[in-house]
Design a binder for this molecule. Structure first.
Ligand code: SF4
Length: 331
């Protein structure tokens, strides 16, 4: 058992649900012609950021569809608000988050070196799920799910020394051997660049109206086996995260997981809107005496090693204690 389990307090900002990919399990994506397709306005985002700051959050989690400007209609939307691409818009949204006192953690999907470089000074950490190294029907026709592109993005973040989050999606048609290969790939990337702060082991969760709506969720035992495999394959300085709204996390903690990811007191999990996050007292109760420690979106080891841009220094130093964890007394 770990001495403690970590989490962050965040707000989740789904900037747009338009995406160039069509993952067969995705319940988040909308066609631009769908009445539910959206692009959040600056005002909407600012309101959430300010409210998050009032709730004591430290993380602004920007997660949204990949390269949505590949759709003509979206190009018109983004042009109408004065931007050329979603990354251009994200740059300004990250600045806004920092002004509001939150540290951005962006997940824009695959990106080239220059885009990652633009975002680095404005992000405490960034992320891209590797998901799997296997070539699966679940990703058929998704340009962004090409393995070489995903590895290149993670590699480029490493070259730029960005604390990075990646992970596996469990139960989308991959085998246990595929999972081991995915973990080996992440391990190699980390050994080369030392930038992987955490690996999420996330179970597939079927969504109504998707091609994979009838696919079964992975059994709890598969999660147990994968978390154990992750702990034995990955170096000790890489944390294993399990989402507490989708797993029997209290049992996975005993198998090697040590982080619960972002818990929001204000926003929902937009990727799994049906699954509410347990709140802090409930988490603490289920952990039965294992201490819960709040961290920032940048892990303590990277805080202490100074892996952040000077522009984020004020906030990071204001929010952390001498060990790089969240200092609850400083707001
Ligand atoms: S890349 Fe993400 S948002 Fe886009 S379809 Fe796949 S899961 Fe959905």
């Amino acid at each position: 058992m770990p001495d403690y389990v970590t989490f962050t307090r965040n707000v989740f900002l789904p900037v747009t649900n338009v995406c160039r990919n069509r993952c067969r399990y995705c319940g988040f994506r909308r066609e631009p012609s769908d009445p539910e397709a959206n692009l959040m306005t600056v005002e909407e985002i600012e309101q959430i950021l300010k409210q998050g700051a009032r709730f004591g959050c430290t993380e602004a989690l920007f997660t949204f569809g990949e390269k949505p400007e590949e759709h003509q209609v979206f190009r018109e939307w983004i042009d109408n608000i004065g931007y050329f691409s979603i990354i251009d818009y994200l740059v300004d949204l990250c600045k806004l988050a920092i002004e509001c006192g939150l540290l951005p953690h962006s997940n824009p999907g695959v990106m080239d070196f220059q885009d990652i470089k633009r975002l680095k000074p404005l992000n405490a950490s960034m992320g891209l799920m590797l998901e799997t190294t296997a070539d699966l029907p679940a990703h058929e026709g998704c340009a962004g799910k090409k393995l070489s592109e995903r590895i290149e993005t993670i590699k480029n973040a490493g070259k730029l020394k960005i604390p990075f989050t990646t992970g596996l999606l469990i139960g989308i048609g991959e085998s246990m051997e595929d999972r081991v290969q995915s973990l080996d790939t992440i391990k190699e990337l980390h050994l080369r660049y030392r930038h992987i702060q955490e690996v999420i082991i996330q179970p597939f969760s079927p969504k109504p109206g998707t091609v994979m709506a009838g696919f079964p969720e992975p059994a709890h035992q598969e999660m147990v086996d994968t978390v154990m495999a992750a702990r034995s394959i990955l170096p000790d300085d890489v944390a294993i995260q399990v989402p507490p709204n989708l797993t029997r996390f209290e049992e996975l903690i005993g198998c090697g997981a040590s982080d619960l990811g972002g818990i929001s007191p204000y926003t929902i999990d937009w990727i799994n809107p049906e699954a509410q996050w347990p709140q802090i007292p409930e988490l603490a109760e289920k952990l039965r005496g294992i201490r819960l420690r709040e961290r920032l979106p940048i892990y303590p080891g990277y805080v202490l090693a100074g892996w952040y841009d000077p522009g984020l220094g004020d906030l990071i130093e204001r929010y952390t204690d001498g060990d790089g964890f969240r200092d609850g007394n400083r707001h």
